[in-house]
Ligand binder design. Sequence first.
Ligand SMILES: NC(=O)C1=CN([C@@H]2O[C@H](COP(=O)(O)OP(=O)(O)OC[C@H]3O[C@@H](n4cnc5c(N)ncnc54)[C@H](O)[C@@H]3O)[C@@H](O)[C@H]2O)C=CC1
Ligand SMILES: O=C(CO)COP(=O)(O)O
Length: 382
Amino acid sequence: MSAFDLGADDPAAPPPPIRRIAVIGAGAWGTALACVAAHARRGVTLWSRREDHAAALRADGRNLKYLPDVPLPDSIRVTSDLAAALENADAVLLVVPSSAIRETARAMAEILPRTTPVILCAKGIEPGSGLLMSDVASEELKGNPMGALSGPNFAAEAALGHPTACTIASDDGVDKFEIAPERTVAARLAVAMGTESFRPYVSDDLPGVEVGGALKNVIAIACGIATGAGFGANTRAALITRGLDEMKRLAEPLGGRRETVTGLAGIGDLTLTCSSEKSRNMSFGLQLGAGIARDKVFDGKPVVVEGERNALSVTDLARKHDVHLPICEAVRGILHDGHDVSDAFAMLWGRPLEGEPRALVELELGHPAERRTAFHFKEMLS
Ligand SMILES: NC(=O)C1=CN([C@@H]2O[C@H](COP(=O)(O)OP(=O)(O)OC[C@H]3O[C@@H](n4cnc5c(N)ncnc54)[C@H](O)[C@@H]3O)[C@@H](O)[C@H]2O)C=CC1
Ligand SMILES: O=C(CO)COP(=O)(O)O
């Protein structure tokens, strides 16, 4: 019996506490979440897929490769043995990049009890299947309760104790499960992870939270490209605001709510990522916009830029649902179809004029300067 089961038959019993947390993935975010959970006095095991990396973390007392400025609390146990990491865990934080979620969840499926909650902390949509990360994990871990943790959270800031807020969502509070709100995975994990500086908010809108995380990275690349190419604050503010509208439009057909997108995991993360060079997605866009060749971005080093592959998966999924996401389409055009930046901005700014909010104001207007936009941006960026 896992902690998730304790008292499950007695609706009056207090919610079972999450005492032991396994963090799967020892990159920047996994390491930071392990630090937060350790500060919250949880028993924490941090798993790295490579033994040499795990050994370095143990020897150095910090993650020099991914989070060099943050000392690891002594209480964190670091291992490269997946079974040992998952043993006795009351909850699992899955923090590998989105491209590795399926294979990691598959490896966990052979080991993890079906009752242990799994919380997705990666941001993305799977190419091909168009599945959200919690659905990818559910396909492999049949039956485990699922949640997601997302929000405006740069890893180092969260780990160093800067005032930080996030959203933790799970869908086990919805009617069919008949679980009281305080017993949900989201609520129990929020209580387990909350510290004096890390403040989780609880949500029952898992798709709404996951859509925000997946799209904000693509919009951040658009903001980076615009800034790198020489456009100013007007352009960035417009991309952020209209990007938020794209999140809302995709959340709905996936079962998410528009208001969730106006929370930490939507507009919160969008504004963070689109405003700071600490963001890998924003920096990637900045360098591309400034004319650096793609294979020379980040000096040619491999860096996790979730918005790059997600520009494809997000737009494929939106097309399937007949939802138009012009900014994400423009990023896809630049990254994957060889469009140049001025053409992409001409496409965005030359579309027929619209109402705001788009869904409520029906308009059928042309664009007074449609034919001149392409010429205008080409001139400006040449
Ligand atoms: N860094 C940050 O501030 C935040 C990151 N995230 C999200 O967390 C996820 C992970 O990002 P980071 O930790 O920042 O990346 P990172 O680049 O710092 O680390 C990635 C980690 O994943 C491991 N990894 C790569 N491929 C793997 C595979 N096939 N199997 C197992 N492990 C594998 C690497 O060895 C490394 O330990 C991403 O989806 C990112 O969007 C979310 C919030 C904040
Ligand atoms: O998701 C993040 C902050 O919430 C991290 O953003 P980047 O992956 O762009 O660095």
